[in-house]
Design a protein. Sequence first.
Lengths: 185, 389
Amino acid sequence: MSIVKTITPAPPMEADFASSRYRMIMAARFTVGGFAREWAHCHLLANYLARYVSANEGDPERHATLLSTFINELLEVIYRNHAADGQIELIFRKRGRHVILQIALPVTEQNRVFYRMAVQIVNQPDLKSWYRARLEEPAEGEDTMLGLLELAAVYACTLTISEPPGQDRISLFLELPEVDEMGEV
Amino acid sequence: MPVALNMRLTGDKEQEVTLTGTLRPFVAEEMASVRRSLEQAAWSARGALCVNLKRLKYMNNVAFLELNRFVRWAASARPDLRVKFILSSVIPWAIRKFQVIAELYPNVTIEVYDKAFYPIQHVIEDDEFINVLRTQEKIIWEHEQEKLAWHGMRPGLRVADICCGLGDFAILLQRDFRPEYLVGVDHSKPFLRYARQVVSDFGLENIEYQYGDAAALLLPDSSFDFVTCRLSLQVFNEPQHILRELLRICKPGGRIYITNELMAGIVAHPGENLIRWTYDKVIEIGHSLGMDMDTGLKTREILTDAGLEDIKIHLIDINNMNSDPNDFGKVVESWTYVTGQMCMRSSQPPEVFERIKEGLMAHVEAINSDRGFASWPIYAGSGRKPFRA
């Protein structure tokens, strides 16, 4: 099954974030080297960040369990696809009941191609059929991509990319689905 | 990859594999032992293989895809075998994720096991019922509060209130005992929303509420000094599962505190014969629904069998002389609604419910009578979790 060529949605603009619709929750910065030293960092960071972001929710534990699932999937992809040096920056914002995670990371050209492809895939029309077909006939080497695909197909997350010109860095924007205060999608 | 894998037979025709904890491997190869166990179970299972994920808190896509591969393998290697994923509504990501697999493969089903776990939950979370529950909490607290310190409650403890309902008990504990941290767990989202709203309206701190299954809590082992479970064991058909969880989350040296009714001990005069018939009937109907409304009498046995030490028991004796008769009467009146639902669920003839209603009204009359006496016994018990294993 081939990817249908679509117009990749634009990421949010920095100016948007300054508006009152977006509420800053937290930011974190760490080195690629430290992060990539251990696979467990994805799990630990996802849980810690999710818990922090969910602190004021009606059911923080349930909200955090759900958020951790999304954050972990994205961190695992980044763990596998990043440049050797540099820093990873995470910013969590909230718009209404949506949490928006921005991750800026250093990339090689190969990584850049991977992320462009990933964003294109998760913005496929008829995403659910595409995802189901991939589960029925899994292809070698697609596992990593399927994690992101699932976030969009099953949980209605959206993923966009921003590539500042002339930089070896990209920003990914993962907008999580509307989650009520009791942690229900 | 912190994951616990248990395999156990659950019957002649079903085999169950349980995965708990966290399943976030780096590569599918790390799932080899899980996959082997699943395949081994699939070969020996007859009818259906249950994959129990109700306490699997985290799972990444690598693990999910490996389960997907297992299902594909099972469909071809054991086409006669059904694979049933047992999920809990408490795990917020699970149902959507596995629904996709269930839609894809005809040999796969999913079962949200806790949907049918609480027989009368829909009754007690009715909005109209909330005020009565609050009144009930108020009259019980008036008598319960003075004995809590004797059971070991004191300021600065980490407290878990399992089956917290509307959360009033947690709030009263916060006011009078200042715990360091208090979490209330319940399986009713309307109750938890209400509880959360109260906490937010009054700006209370250190109280958290959690949607959870008392029989499969997601709270960590040995993490609370004082674990409470009030008026709840009596309405569950398998209270031993809940007790096991209370024990698990309690720290060694911490205390478990339970309260339960003794419906057989409800007495009132005048009208005692009809009133007695009524409660005996409710006890009988409760049994048919898996509830034991006389659990209070078994408090010592329950705590002893759980392996607790230093067991303490006291009677919370609510009567129309030591409680506001108006409040007490309202509580008993509200039981008409609960017993009506119980009669319906147990397919009682209409005349049985009519007679129960008459009995409850006679009880209310006795409560409000200037010369009458009415008593409602609740037993509160606690025990210490031993330090030894």
